[in-house]
Design a protein around this ligand. Sequence first.
Ligand code: 9MR
Length: 547
Amino acid sequence: MNFLKPFTVLTLIMLLFAQLSFAQEETTYLITDFDGNGILPNAWQSYGDLGSHGVVSAKPNSDGKFYEQVWNGSTDEGYIVSQSDITFRLIPKKKLKDKTIDNVFLRLDISCGGAPGTKINIVLVDGPNDCCSNDVNWQYSFVKNTCEWETIEINLAEFGYAYDPSNHEKSININKVGRVKIGVDVFSGTKRQLVQFDNVALVVKDKVAVTGYDPSASIADTNTLKNGAKDFFVGIAVNPSRVQDANYSAVYTKEFNSVTAENAMKMKSIFKGIDSEGNLNLDWTNSDLIVDFAEANGLNVHGHTLIWHESIPDFIKTFTGTNQEFESIIEKYITAVVTRYKDKVDSWDVVNEAITDNSSALRPSVFLERMGPDYVKKCFQYARNADQEVKLFYNDYNLVFDTQKQKGAFEIIDDLMANNLIDGVGYQMHIDYNFPNKQALQTATALIVKRKLLVHFSELDVKTNPKGAIAEFTEKRNNAQAQKVYEVVEVYNAIPTENKYALTVWGLKDDDSWVTPRYGFLDWPLLFDSSFGKKKAYAAFIQALEK
Ligand code: 9MR
């Protein structure tokens, strides 16, 4: 047993005493302590490798007093979840009836036994199988940076979906906790990684301490988003009609110091045709309006986006010339746009959303088809040739939690870095009020920071009604959204200054958002309500900056 263990046990005893004096506030269920010969209390049923009497020293180096899981990594870097290595399972026998997801916590002692930086997944399985079919698999990922034993406590509400993205919209029904299996799963890695754990418990709290966003704190009207952000831009997605509308432009210029054209700088808006000599017909009306507005008001411009499979004019989709001609047209297009806005646009999303969902492969597109798998690199090279100063970004969605897509994206990014063609990565933050969790945001952000690239949290909006379950914006969702915004801003603000670029909100008012028309459910995803009123999410943004 690790020499630190007695302290952990002591801490637990103290915690138990503390619980006694506040018995009505916290109830610990189903604790399992492997010191006691791995005996499982009646409340737990073991499953899988544990055998019928609790822990078996099935793994090397385990003394049987805590449970140990070892991964002898052989792959490049920790992206792959080894499902076969989920060997620890406890099935609570007792159902936790009438407890909401907000007040049930998983508590456990954990150590990484000598490999700091070990990535850990804890998995909840709500269903009959171990993995995937018919199950709802929820996952909580974090990186353990020190290997001292520590007691961690995770709100079950912070678990995100694991293996099956179609479970994304499902919630954990706490009345089903009786069928939840808890697994600890070690991410693969280049070196041997190890996780040890003990004293696993489900804790039900009557009162949940508020961390993060404080709904009772008021924000002075003189505060603004941009003033709170000391070392990065706070951006807003705009469009031509709104920059000309005094109600909007007043808020844009008061609160924000950077703009992104929501649609006006996409290929479909600018590229109108090709004449018989191969000259491009480009319409700058809308893009100029936005760039001029930014210039007149001293705002930064982030360009969005040169190449995106969803914004292609028909004549490009159906182009009948040779591949060589196609490529030359794309080069001309990128060169023309970047050149026109040289010294005016500070940064470009060069290629947007190039990777297929839940996969590391390039998304099928006319660009891939006509220019080959190197098309991303070619486009970045054209942009770089046109302007050596402008910052070049790769931008995509779900990169925080779609580990396959993340892997594919960083393969591209690493290749671009090797060729000195990229300055930053945009994580589109189209997220939900309860997903992804803060830890996942931090872990994914660290992947950009460690590469010394700029981080753009682009396209922030926080869905409050992803399943269409509510008909009006409830106070509970309002607070939950504010808490999620708080976490996003907190994570962004904590990254080193040299890696910061911008945090961009994808629209001003709830009723302006693309979310409701796209998903067909009424939603309230932004920082301002439909009357330009500041929402709790707005206050949370500022609070997180003041922390
Ligand atoms: O918000 C944009 C919406 O108004 C457009 O109709 C749509 C198609 O051009 O694009 C939306 O913005 C997308 C962004 O450009 C790229 N990431 C996903 C965004 C939401 O769909």
